[in-house]
Structures are given as structure tokens and as C-alpha cells.
Design a protein around this ligand. Structure first.
Ligand code: HPA
Length: 274
């Protein structure tokens, strides 16, 4: 693996800076729940991932693979349409790239969205969860290996990783929305297999409200470089073993597509407010 030093990340950022020639205020990483969101961006400058030095390519079919700069709600934003996951074979350390790119571009706040399975039995498919905190019991971290002090200290705090001020604004924006919006704990599983019913029962006992295969790597990178962060999960299905049926990617995709309009409106409102 290439040495992931500060120059590695800078090369990536310099390329993007030369194209956009501007400083985005808000960075957003789109999960499966917000496929069409990037079409809302005004005056878009589109950069395919494969053109960016040292960047990764997203191998998941429903993930587009484009970095888009433009404006929305009067704010300059940079949007990753398509994200990277450990289950695609990328080492955890490489998953620091998106948020570190945002940081080097001057982004002040990051929003991360994802599709997730509902563990909390009072949640329903189509509901939204503002992430309050997370559980990750896999041991590995995207910040393992040599620390890069330009981004942050070796040992860093994660107490307010999902920034309180942003969560409060997201809760305020929920008023008047037709969506059911909760606040809860997201639990990370590496995937790509969905969890077993026993894992879901354990997750519930541990305090999880939703489970998914992304977000936590990016959230930890944000905490390391002191980037204010908001995480939003779309409940695309009830987690394994809750209903008497098997989980499929089709169900995840269908719910995500169904909710993408109102969810996009909600995210746009949040961008206007933060
Ligand atoms: N588990 C993990 N990831 C997911 C799920 C799930 O049930 N639904 C959507 N992403």
C-alpha cells in the first residue's frame, strides 16, 4: 500500500482546488438513500473520482463515483456522490480520504447520509435517524497507523463527534416535515453480508437503534480533524430477524428511492440552516 502521508492527501486536494477555484463551506457524502440529491446542485462542476490523483473508485453499482462542486440554498457545497466501504476491499486507513479531502478544501461542516436497517422496533422503513452516537466493535480504526499531525493528534476525543449544535438544527428542521425523524445510535458492521438475527438482538441490547456498513469510518476521520459533523440514516428496512422475511438489496434500494424526494428536501433545508 502507498504511504498515506500528508503529501498523499494534499495531491488529491490540489487537483480538485485547481478545478473548482473556490472554497466549499459544506461537504456532503451521499449514501444509497440520496442517489438523486446531486441533481439539485446549482452550477455543478463535476469531477469523476478516477481523474483525482490517489482517490478511490466506488465499486458499488448504486454509487455514482463523482465529486460535485456547486451551490445549494445559497451555500457553496462539495458533494461526494458515491462512497467507499471497507467491504469493497479498501483498507480502513484509505477510508480517511473523503473527509480529509473536504478538510483540505476548506469545508467547515460535513453531512454524511446512509441507508440503514432499523433495530429499534418503534422505527419504520422510510423513517430518518439523526445519528447521536455510534457503536463500532470491529477493533480496526481508519486512524490506525502513522498519525498525521497536520490533521489531528494521535489520541483524539469522540465525545461530540456527531456535533450537538448540528443535531439540534437538524431536529428543528424536522418540524413541519412529513418524514418521521428520530435521534439514535448507529452501529457499524463491516458487511457485505447483512447481520444475523442474533447480531441484531445483541446490537439492541448494546443500545443500537440502527445498523449499517458505512459512515463510522468517515465520522472518526471528521473527529480526528475537528470537523463538525451531522450523520443522517434512512431506515430502508427492519434489521434482520425482526420480520419473518429475508433481507435483500432490492428492498434497501426500493425504500431509498421512495424516500429520496422528501429526504432530499429535508437535507436541503438543513444545508440552508447550518
Ligand atoms: N444492515 C446493514 N446495512 C444496511 C442495512 C441493514 O439491515 N440496510 C441498509 N444498509
Amino acid at each position: 500500500m502507498q504511504k498515506l502521508d500528508f503529501e498523499f492527501f494534499s495531491a488529491c486536494a490540489e487537483y480538485v482546488k485547481n478545478i473548482i477555484n473556490d472554497e466549499p463551506e459544506v461537504g456532503i457524502i451521499l449514501g444509497s438513500g440520496l442517489k438523486d440529491f446531486s441533481k439539485r446542485i446549482i452550477d455543478p462542476v463535476v469531477i469523476p473520482y478516477e481523474k483525482i490523483p490517489n482517490f478511490l473508485v466506488s465499486t458499488v453499482e448504486s454509487h455514482e463515483g463523482k465529486l460535485i462542486f456547486g451551490s445549494l440554498q445559497g451555500k457553496k457545497i462539495i458533494c461526494m456522490s458515491g462512497r467507499f466501504h471497507h467491504y469493497e476491499g479498501y483498507p480502513f486507513e484509505m477510508l480517511t480520504l473523503p473527509v480529509r479531502l473536504f478538510k483540505l478544501l476548506g469545508v467547515k461542516k460535513t453531512i454524511i447520509t446512509n441507508a440503514a436497517g432499523a433495530v429499534n422496533e418503534s422505527y419504520r422503513p422510510g423513517d430518518i435517524m439523526i445519528i447521536k452516537d455510534h457503536l463500532k466493535l470491529t477493533g480496526a480504526s481508519p486512524l490506525q497507523g502513522d498519525n498525521i499531525p497536520e490533521f489531528g493528534p494521535r489520541f483524539f476525543d469522540t465525545t461530540d463527534m456527531y456535533t450537538k449544535e448540528l443535531r439540534e438544527k437538524a431536529l428543528l428542521c424536522a418540524k413541519g416535515s412529513t418524514l418521521n425523524i428520530h435521534e439514535g445510535v448507529y452501529m457499524y458492521f463491516t458487511g457485505p453480508q447483512f447481520e444475523t438475527p442474533a447480531e441484531i438482538r445483541a446490537a439492541r441490547i448494546l443500545g443500537a437503534d440502527a445498523v449499517g456498513m458505512s459512515t463510522v469510518t468517515e465520522a472518526l476521520t471528521a473527529a480526528h480533524c475537528s470537523m463538525p459533523l451531522l450523520g443522517l440514516s434512512v431506515m430502508t428496512n427492519m434489521a434482520a430477524g425482526i420480520l419473518d422475511k429475508k433481507l435483500t438489496d432490492e428492498e434497501v434500494g426500493e425504500t431509498a428511492a421512495m424516500i429520496s424526494g422528501p429526504f432530499g428536501d429535508y437535507v436541503e433545508r438543513i444545508i440552508g440552516e447550518i
